[in-house]
Design a protein. Structure first.
Length: 350
């Protein structure tokens, strides 16, 4: 089984067969009238003998349709004479052209030409490293990119599920090379990339098993919390992670849509307070009140609280006195290709 959202993007061959279809009869009628004579509502199939011919025909079709109509058009492109192994994945007309326009980043995504760096998460009581969060970065010998740019391109090209899965697997494999058993590993995931949790997460669980790692060492962290719309779906994702022995975390609590109500509905194992609340919290009574509210709500269901984006010693002192358990930020260490050297303490003042 292979979900089309996670399928690899095959290169366009010089010769092949294209099928163009739409689920909307009026759009299919328009396609058929443009590509061939006739008004049938059945999908259009045509051969091409060069990439130039293919791109020319599809570009003409693109111009003939409105932006909204293009969203309703799916292409299936089979190389050669359509006799290749397996069924080629369908791609929307918009995603097809977006992939052409961003071919460099698309190739980087499909080849997983990136790595993961790690940032320490520290126990505030002892100053010891509790965990590392894994963050997508350019490979040492690979092309440079900004992570947000890569994820934006993946979204525009319909590859965000593929990239999210590949990034999780990269984090797992890097953690296996660098961290000893018992050190927690925070790994990000995009809820919008997971359609069927049991299937979409199976590759993640297989990677943990393949690397002979303990599932209990993993914490999977929701990002893009400003886009949480389906609480029930996110609960089902959390449930699958927990059934496999892992913990879950909610990011950016206190900003956007990551509200106290969302926090109560999801009841994650770890609550990460947004850096906007942590920044100069020692000087702002309003932020202190909101932090207390988050601490009280997290305590009601037994979650550990983490202050992220910490850059000043004064923020550390306030958060520690408030009862926050964990901290993360440049004050304690920037993301790096390897963990802190043995014996190094990110909070040496303790």
């Amino acid at each position: 089984m292979e979900c089309s959202a996670c399928s690899r993007v095959a290169p366009i061959e010089d010769r092949g067969i294209v099928t163009v279809r739409s689920g909307r009869p009026e759009v299919q009628h328009k396609i058929n009238g443009h590509v061939r004579t006739g008004g049938s509502f059945s999908p259009v199939t045509f051969r091409y003998e060069s990439q130039e011919e293919l791109l020319g025909k599809l570009h003409e079709l693109q111009l003939a349709l409105s932006p909204e109509e293009r969203e309703q058009v799916l292409l299936t492109i089979a190389g050669g004479h359509g006799q290749g192994e397996g069924k080629p994945a369908a791609v929307s007309l918009n995603h097809f052209f977006a992939r052409l326009e961003n071919h460099g980043l698309v190739r980087l995504i499909m080849e997983a030409d990136f790595t993961s760096h790690m940032q320490p998460i520290v126990e505030m009581e002892t100053g010891e490293v509790f965990a590392y969060e894994f963050l997508l970065r350019a490979a040492e010998d690979g092309p440079s990119f900004q992570p947000y740019q890569l994820f934006r391109t993946a979204q525009a090209t319909g590859l965000h599920s593929f990239l999210d899965r590949a990034a999780r697997i990269s984090a797992i494999e890097v953690s296996a090379r660098h961290l000893s058993p018992g050190t927690k590993r925070f790994v990000n995931f995009l809820p919008s990339s997971i359609y069927n949790p049991n299937y979409c997460l199976s590759h993640t669980f297989a990677a943990i098993d393949r690397c002979s790692l303990d599932p209990a060492d993993f914490v999977f962290e929701v990002v893009e919390t400003e886009r949480i719309e389906d609480i029930a779906h996110l609960r089902s994702i959390f449930k699958v992670y927990r059934e496999h022995g892992m913990k879950v975390a909610l990011d950016d609590v206190g900003s956007g849509f990551s509200t106290l109500e969302v926090l109560t509905a999801l009841q994650p194992d770890f609550v990460k307070i947004d850096r906007g609340l942590v920044d100069r919290c020692d000087q702002d009574e309003g932020k202190q009140e909101r932090i207390r509210e988050i601490l009280e709500r997290a305590a009601s269901f037994g979650a550990s609280v983490l202050a992220e984006g910490m850059e000043r010693r004064e923020e550390w002192e306030y958060c520690r006195s408030a009862g926050i358990r964990l901290a993360q930020g440049y004050l304690l260490g920037k993301p790096a290709a390897a963990p802190l050297a043995g014996g190094a303490r990110p909070a040496p003042w303790l």
